[in-house]
Design a protein around this ligand. Structure first.
Ligand code: NAD
Length: 487
């Protein structure tokens, strides 16, 4: 199986390479085979990309917003027309089941391009009446923005970052995760085909050092990173020391609270979505499932029944519901957490094994795994595992579960399942998390701001909030009379 792109990087509207860069193999996680080999960006490639962006941005920012938006909406249409082909590429890059990538990945990027392409023309400044004189505000582009992606939602991440950036008149240099470099290149070609002028969306490949070089480049005005908390702290420190704008979308260990009165099947469906979708590699996953005592036993029994039915296997088979982990390192990390859970005394209620699938013996598969009798202090309840490992904890009282849910350094997401609506809103208001759900889990439509509290990040993606964060506000005072000068 091969998925070799025309070259490693996409700069100024064309593919370029520099074979001096460190090799960057692309591994298909289902088989462990190398499907492409790219090169990490050299300093020369980084300079070319930043310079292309710098040169192209001012003319783009001077276009009418509706004209910029039209190109984004055209690119959204192309993404949708090529959904099947892009979903396949994303499955090869990530190992995620094709039944997911067909509905969740290019489609979500297309939603972002369509939304921001449409919203930007209405995203206007203010008029401020000063009793004669007046003021107005302008929302201006920042200039060159850098996007740095994670590997779980590669094309979605590239779309979520580039769409608001470009809509507001910025240029972007995007560095995908070294694990999933392919689909951002496809997006770059699509932007060009849709009429985006050269230099406005550039893709450079590389490891963390390339991300660091981009984030500290003097021309760069803003960095938006999706990644782990330790990486976020490094990049935020760097951008802070250089007074650059920054958005940080980081990790989590989110609580999902199920009250006794919840609809059992819906709550289980939410918990499974929030732990097993994308093989558990979702930042907002509700990996601490708190179930109230009265429902707990029925919940875990039925949860295991439904989990048993999950079909693991060939990611390109439309019947497959769960693919492998992204790579061997992540596979081994998740397996070590399963070992830690057992050693800590949690009950391995379901899974925990490594299925050996015919034809996929070298793939990075792990069964969906459920621990019960988990306590708050266990490492599996405190640390982000980023794999298909659910911890079920039981609770008695509303106040108690709120305190326990909030007892974490993270604050990305939270969910509540209950039929008691006043309680749902009361509990959500107390939870320290940026993105919350009532009676569902993990849906992130582009219209809704997405981001974290506490260590889970700073800033927001999606919604009009993203347009604010990819722009700067200029205030203009306009005198309509004489200058009252004492001199
Ligand atoms: P990671 O932190 O290892 O890497 C993220 C990106 O940062 C990669 O592109 C990497 O090359 C780059 N990078 C690494 N070191 C860098 C440095 N010093 N300077 C600049 N760039 C650097 O994360 P990952 O393993 O790719 O992704 C998993 C993590 O991402 C999890 O913690 C997950 O929760 C988080 N995540 C968060 C969100 C969100 O929106 N909040 C979404 C997806 C994933």
């Amino acid at each position: 199986m091969r998925a070799q792109p025309k070259a490693s990087h996409y700069i100024n509207g064309r593919f370029v390479d520099d074979e001096q860069g460190a090799p960057l193999p692309v591994i298909y996680p289902a088989t462990g085979e190398t499907i492409a080999t790219l090169h990490s960006a050299t300093p020369n490639i980084i300079e070319l990309a930043v310079e292309a962006a710098r040169a192209a941005q001012p003319a783009w920012a001077r276009l009418k917003p509706v004209e910029r938006g039209r190109i984004l909406r055209r690119a959204a249409d192309i993404l949708r027309a090529r959904n099947a082909e892009l979903a396949r590429l994303e499955t090869l890059d990530t190992g995620k089941a094709i039944q997911e990538t067909l509905v969740a990945d290019p489609a979500s990027a297309a939603d972002a391009l369509e939304y921001f392409g449409g919203a930007v023309a209405s995203y206007t400044g203010d008029y401020i009446d000063l009793g004669g004189p007046f003021a107005y505000t302008r929302r201006e582009a920042l200039g060159v923005c850098v996007g740095i992606g994670a590997w779980n939602y590669p094309i979605q991440g590239a779309g979520w970052k580039s769409a608001p950036a470009l809509a507001m008149g910025n240029a972007m240099v995007f560095k995908p995760s070294e694990n999933t470099p392919l689909s951002a290149l496809a997006l770059a070609e699509i932007y060009t085909e849709a009429g985006l002028p050269d230099g406005l969306f550039n893709v450079v490949q590389g490891y963390g050092d390339v991300g660091g070089a981009l984030a500290s480049h003097e021309v760069v005005a803003k960095v938006s990173l999706t990644g782990s908390v330790p990486t976020g702290k490094k990049v935020l420190a760097l951008t802070g020391s250089l007074m650059k704008h920054a958005t940080m979308e980081l990790g989590g260990k989110s609580p999902l609270i199920v009250f006794d009165d919840a609809d059992l099947e819906n709550a289980i469906g939410g918990a499974m979505l929030g732990n097993f979708y994308s093989t558990g590699q979702v930042c907002s996953n509700g990996t601490r499932v708190f179930v109230q005592k009265g429902l707990h036993d029925r919940f875990v029994e039925r949860l295991a029944e439904r989990t048993k039915a999950i079909r693991i296997g060939d990611p390109l088979d439309p019947e497959t519901q769960m693919g492998p982990l992204i790579n061997k390192a992540q596979h081994d990390k998740v397996m070590s957490y399963i070992g830690i859970g057992k050693a800590e005394g949690a009950t391995l209620h379901y899974g925990g094994g490594e299925p050996k699938l015919q034809g996929f013996e070298n793939g990075f598969f792990i069964e969906p795994t459920i621990f019960t009798n988990v306590t708050d202090q266990m490492r599996i309840a405190r640390e982000e595992i980023f794999g298909p490992v659910m911890s079920v904890l039981s609770f008695s009282e509303e106040d108690e579960v709120i305190d326990r849910a909030n007892d974490t350094e993270f604050g990305l997401s939270a969910g509540v399942f209950t039929r008691d609506l006043p309680r749902a809103h009361r509990v959500i208001a107390e939870l320290q998390a940026g993105t919350c759900w009532i009676n569902n889990y993990n849906l992130s439509p582009v219209e809704m701001p997405f981001g974290g509290f506490k260590q889970s990040g700073i800033g927001r993606e999606n919604s009009l909030a993203a347009l604010a964060l990819y722009s700067q506000e200029k205030s203009v005072y306009v005198e309509t009379g004489d200058v009252a000068s004492p001199y």
